[in-house]
Design a protein around this ligand. Sequence first.
Ligand code: ADP
Ligand code: TRP
Length: 344
Amino acid sequence: MTDQTPAPFAGPERVLSGVQPTGDLHLGNYLGALVKFARLQHEIETLIFVADLHAITEWQDPSKLKNQVREIAAAYLATGLDPNVATIFAQSAVPEHAELAWVFNCVARLGWLDRMTQFKDKAGKHKERSSVGLYTYPVLQAADILIYKATKVPVGEDQRQHLELTRDIAQKFNNDFDAPGFFPLPEALTQGPGARVMSLRDGSAKMSKSDPSDQSRINLTDDADAIAAKVRKARTDPEPLPETLEELASRPEAKNLVTIYAALAGRTEAEVLTEFAGQGFGAFKPRLADLAVSVMGPIGAEMRRLLADPAQIDCILADGAARARALAAPTLAEVKRRVGFWAG
Ligand code: ADP
Ligand code: TRP
């Protein structure tokens, strides 16, 4: 009798995620990703990196890139990642990512990449002027994850498709190189009310670093006045808050503010409605602003404190890179052996 189901992965659970050093982090990054990193580190072995290789898929000023990496590292630390618990490092300090990505470029199919919506969004109308790196970006992301045989990847909702591609690459590698169960098929952890925070100016667009309007997002480094002003000016409608989630569903801007409140307060959206149903935004917004300031204010302050001592951040990143390489090297050696490379 033949067994059709692929061999299961037998290794340990491992968490991996990363953020690109391409601009100020915002509330969406915080709720969709960073909050989860800090929580997961105490449950499962966790590696969190700064994706500087991904960053250069779009032009970055070389004189600023190192500092941008430090800023993301500072945000990780300020939101609760502990370098004695989690492994924190810069992607470019672990060359195994790029080397595995090359092998994966030869495993992934053009047809798979052609379907990636993030590339379509980022390339816009000028696809032919985008870098080739932007196109194969999700292949490098698969290598980031699989070089550590990570099984769980905490990310926002927008990254789901890249995780599906990662699973396809893992599966095809395992099949093509007669390596059943060698790579795990990792899972995206997108649960939670902050999985898709929307712009404060447009309830149909995701809150994003690349939105030209700073009013559309709350940055981790915004001070209390800036946070309060952005919440006050956030787009809403004239109706009071409804009693049920069904009524809220057709009001994207109102829903977004309720979602943000719930995520920041660690409550469900239904609980928030129970408290605020019947109240207008004139009453709700100041409460949301106070909550946002109380959560984000200390994070911004801690980031500024950490960034005043860059040498300490560099030390943490160097130590993390050494630990990450120790995990990555044996996987790459095994990949090279299985592929049949001359130099292994
Ligand atoms: P951006 O889209 O602002 O450039 P990134 O692509 O660097 O942000 O995302 C870093 C992490 O934050 C990813 O895990 C991503 O899924 C998450 N994320 C980004 N924007 C949001 C959002 N609006 N809501 C929830 N999570 C988000
Ligand atoms: N693509 C992710 C983003 O836009 C960043 C990223 C790069 C990543 N490599 C990763 C996330 C590996 C999780 C795992 O946010």
